[in-house]
Design a protein around this ligand. Sequence first.
Ligand SMILES: [Zn+2]
Length: 445
Amino acid sequence: MTPANLEELYDLLRIPSVSADPSHAGDVRRAGEWVRDLVRSAKGGSAELIETDTQPLLIGEIPASNDPESAPTVLVYGHFDVQPPAPLELWDSDPFEPEVRDDWLFARGVADDKGQLYAVLRAAVDLAEEGELPVNIRVASDGEEEIGGSSVVDWVLADERGAAVCVIFDGGMERRDVPQFCTGTRGLVAFDLYVKTGARDLHSGMYGNAALNATHALMQALSGILPRDGRLPEPLREGIIPASPEEVASWESIPTGREMLGEAGASPYDERAADEFWLRTTAESSVDVNGILGGKPGLKNTTVVTSAQANFTVRLAPGQDVETIRAAVERLIREAAPEGAEIELKTDRGTPASVVDPKSAPIQLGLKAFEKVFGREPLLVRGGGTLPIMAALTERGIPVVLTGVALPESSVHSPNEKLPVEYLTKARDAARELYLAFADLPRSG
Ligand SMILES: [Zn+2]
């Protein structure tokens, strides 16, 4: 990055585009306009803010320097909103006044995601300026990522044109100079379970062990979906695409399960949990009961409880289908519940899992492109979390290079968010190499 580039980025970082705070709605829009103007500044660039029910969505284009008709299209996504900076007293400098200290640039959003978004856009603008941009760049950027907005997801699903690949720099790496590509994310479905076993609570001395207790029935029902020996029941594993040998090999280069559990202060689920940590959290489905309500805990009483409820979430592994798993959960719960218990199960719309084929051309080209900048190929690592835009891209058949240059020390979502200044340059250079490499992709899909 040139000093002029950094000054340009500072302008964006100075805009307090906190999407969670309605009083900053104008700033979120201003950040969107700033990104719009950057895309427009590119040779041939065009961009508009599209109004939605929530925050405006930025859609822009930078055409390939030569023969855009036959060049492949690369979709670039990033977000221009940021997390709230609170608590302010823990910041060593103003979160919205960028400052370099010991080769780190401090500012809210420098890592997540304005700094990275700037780097990937700057690479495209520069290539266009040089007349060397070999792909069409389509930019989709939103101002509601940090509050779980869905306008960009809806846009991806509705955009018939598709793209040869999508590039997202909104993540990072576990270890400095060991970049990562995320090759899958898990899906998520949430459930509310209600159990009723009678008209009213009863005296346990008169009815205990004769009348059905709703909390017992609830526990029995839930037992139908809990893991045994580290795996969910088979019906909840249907469709899983196993991690590839390359992905499994990557687990050797990231913190071990023992470290992950130890640092979290967590107790291993069972004796194999630490060894199978990455398998279980990124390539298998999982269930967590998130809350249980029943009876009157804390109050000495002797009732036979007749209503109870729980909420739980199921994480789907890459390859699994939301509707199939939803139906299997419902069946297992009903089968496990005792006869006579009235079961009601409510679920949300759910978010699908995503998967990117590590052997696909965009990933293979991307690995080589990153090697030119970082001196080594990125690790291929699935993520355990859920990312709706990844799911939407998978649904549209668009492979994704999901990566980034944030470091564990970057304090993303925390006070003193920071990024090594040289990593902004590396992000720009890596994006540049990606665009050059993607010239070889077929025009569509
Ligand atoms: Zn982000």
